[in-house]
Design a protein around this ligand. Structure first.
Ligand SMILES: Cc1ncc(COP(=O)(O)O)c(C=O)c1O
Length: 480
């Protein structure tokens, strides 16, 4: 449902349970089928997952083990470990890089974030619903880019808000401009959620984009919820915002520090530190927002577990040499990596993966693959390849690719972007090379292995695509 179709909450106070025919079921269906094929002994390469395929670095795991073995077993503060909150605050947007052209006009003048501005949560998704819960009255509208990550829709619904989808174009990396937001704004609009880098496109907002959005938000008294979960995963130096600390995408607060009082930052360790299962995130914002989130945590989960907070603290404050697994198995610990630059090393690897995947896909007839500036996904337009192969949807195409090649990718329908496929490049070089080889073989028209979906059989002998049926309906969760 778009803003133009949406009745105002005063006319319909019930949060819309089906804001768009979009769902993460498509992601879950592909992942479930991939797991099934794997359990049958088939060599499946998973580019569908929304997470790095490495195990968490050993120095992080050891910090958790140390906390567990040394008696960190008791209730602690609802706010979260003060040391972790301080470490989070230290890596939030600070000063604008003087070398980044859009940023020169507005030096960062707001006070730096402190531990007091930070609340620890059970991952970024939890932070999103807490942030929205802090600022929304039931039924108020929240603008979300569509196509976009369905988890944002789920978070709005969890906070009893009403998602209003902002149509965004591939030409703009599926990110909204201030004009797009204004076109979608309703009288009940209270907040906008923006992820930069984005999921699924990996696009980042420029300093100019952010500046215009800040002006628009101030004019219309709208909260800006910045989903920074991919902020450290940026690959092109032009997109780098901070002077100190690890590189990060240009941020709203770099260009518009005055927007601090209407900005809530959510983030977490999931993506940058390969810690999706540890469930540690945070939100940072004005005192009334932090107080509301803290009250909710205190009334519900009491606090985030001490052990996982210890792991997150090690990740954010690492200062020693550590080892990191090179593949998906936690048992197999491989190359030595400098813990002081764990994210930098991961970013270098992901950049190589991105470049390999983009080059291979973009060279295929019927596929156009933009280079994402950040995040961990490519999101090529495969419309022409789909037509040539006889696939009626990318749901069907993704199902066939899995059955025929053992490569799992996510159909664009999962993000309300038919004609696209999402592929994760945060996987081991070996896995990516295998996936590329198989995809090129099956998607090259003259290849004998070229897909013919209507007739093809599946790897386990079942009818093509039979293993993956996708019900596209209400999203309530938002898988990665
Ligand atoms: C844009 C975006 N925000 C948040 C999340 C969830 O992050 P977390 O695992 O920290 O809850 C994801 C996961 O895919 C995401 O893509």
């Amino acid at each position: 449902m778009t803003a133009t179709q949406a009745p105002h909450p005063s006319a319909n106070p019930t949060p819309d349970p089906a804001p768009a025919a979009v769902s993460d079921n498509a992601i879950l269906a592909i992942s479930a089928r991939a797991a099934q094929l794997r359990s049958q002994g088939l060599d499946v390469v998973d580019l569908a997952a929304g997470e790095p395929d490495t195990a968490t670095a050993r120095f992080i795991t050891e910090a958790a083990a140390h906390a567990a073995l040394h008696g960190d077993h008791h209730y602690s503060s609802a706010a979260g470990d003060p040391a972790l909150r301080a470490a989070v605050a230290a890596q939030l947007p600070t000063a604008a890089s003087p070398t980044s052209e859009p940023l020169t006009a507005a030096p960062f003048t707001a006070d730096p974030f402190t531990a007091e501005d930070v609340q620890i949560t059970l991952g970024t998704k939890h932070a999103l619903s807490l942030a929205l819960g802090a600022v929304l009255r039931p039924g108020e509208d929240v603008l979300l880019a569509r196509p976009g990550w369905p988890g944002h829709t789920g978070a709005v619904l969890a906070a009893a808000g009403r998602p209003v989808h902002v149509p965004v174009s591939a030409a703009n990396g599926f990110l909204p401009t201030a004009a797009d937001l204004e076109a979608a704004r309703t009288p009940g609009t209270r907040a906008v959620v923006l992820a930069s880098p984005a999921n699924p496109s990996g696009a980042v907002l420029s300093g100019q984009d952010w500046a215009a959005i800040a002006t628009w938000a101030t004019t219309h008294d709208v909260w800006v919820i910045c989903d920074d979960v991919y902020a450290q995963l940026v690959y092109d130096t032009d997109d780098v915002g901070d002077v100190q600390g690890p590189a990060r995408a240009v941020h709203l607060l770099h260009v518009a520090p005055g927007a601090r009082q209407r900005c809530i930052i959510v983030g977490g360790v999931s993506k940058a530190y390969a810690m999706t299962g540890w469930r540690v995130g945070w939100l940072a914002g004005p005192p009334q927002v932090i107080a509301a989130a803290r009250r909710h945590i205190s009334r519900t989960i009491t606090h985030v577990p001490n052990i996982t907070q210890a792991a997150a603290l090690a990740a954010l404050t690492a200062g020693a040499t550590a080892e990191r697994a090179t593949n998906g198995s936690a048992d197999e610990v491989g190359d030595v990596m400098d813990a002081t630059d764990a994210v930098g090393q991961a970013v270098n690897g992901y950049r190589r993966g991105r470049d390999l995947l983009v080059a291979a896909l973009d060279a295929l007839p019927g596929i156009s693959c933009p280079t994402p500036a950040g995040g961990m996904f490519v999101f090529p337009d495969v419309t022409a390849a789909m037509g040539r192969g006889g696939w009626s949807s990318t749901v069907q195409m993704a199902a066939d690719l899995l059955e025929q090649t053992g490569v799992a990718v996510v159909p664009g329908e999962a993000f309300d972007a038919p004609g696209h496929l999402r592929m994760c490049f945060a996987v081991s070089p070996a896995a990516l090379a295998t996936a590329v080889e198989r995809l090129v073989t099956v998607l090259t028209p003259q290849s004998s292995g070229a897909a013919a979906p209507a007739q093809s059989g599946s790897v386990d002998g079942a009818a093509t695509g039979a293993g993956v049926s996708v019900a596209v309906n209400v999203d309530e969760g938002g898988a990665p």
